[in-house]
Unconditional design. Structure first.
Length: 178
């Protein structure tokens, strides 16, 4: 068990997300971000499968074929795209599991979450294009509403191409209207 290391990673991640959300005026979201990671359903599994350079859910999923901690986490945190899926009309006209358009404030929090996770897991190797590259990698196997995907990508591209200050200004003024 890696209890202290896991706790340290959660705390560092939450601190960064909180700072980023505060930059956007999303104070409540910053303060409450990922509190479920301290719940027994998530914390003890995270400590058991702790790796330090990526999510413990990856290791749990590799061993069990699924991650019970992730199933709990995504079902209780609105900044995850997986929270926003439902049975609905697919682009080909059939019914199935479809992405629901996310409210803008949760897309902004998802941006903050991805930036913080990249910084924590990549450490000294972090580059401002890392969150965008991870999005590109995952696009082919995620269920995301097209409008939400376009909005998130615009935020990540601004970060990649112009840096953090430009990305936060863009999100705060052009997206959130603050």
């Amino acid at each position: 068990m890696h209890v202290l290391a896991h706790m340290h990673t959660i705390n560092r991640h939450r601190h960064l997300v909180c700072m980023y959300c505060f930059r956007l005026g999303l104070y409540w979201q910053g303060l409450t971000h990922d509190l479920t990671k301290y719940s027994p359903q998530e914390f003890w599994i995270g400590a058991r499968y702790y790796q330090g350079d990526r999510s413990p859910s990856d290791a749990e999923r590799k061993e069990k074929g699924y991650s019970s901690a992730w199933m709990h986490h995504k079902g209780h945190n609105r900044h995850h795209l997986e929270y926003w899926t439902d049975f609905g009309l697919l682009p080909d006209g059939t019914m199935g599991i479809a992405g629901v358009e996310m409210p803008v404030k949760y897309v902004a929090e998802m941006f903050c979450d991805r930036l913080a996770a990249s910084r924590i897991y990549r450490g000294q190797k972090f580059r401002q294009e890392d969150p965008w590259q991870f999005f590109q990698y995952s696009k082919s196997h995620t269920i995301l509403h097209p409008n939400t995907a376009a909005l998130l990508e615009s935020m990540l591209l601004k970060l990649k191409d112009e840096g953090e200050d430009a990305a936060f200004d863009y999100i705060r003024h052009d997206i959130l209207g603050k």
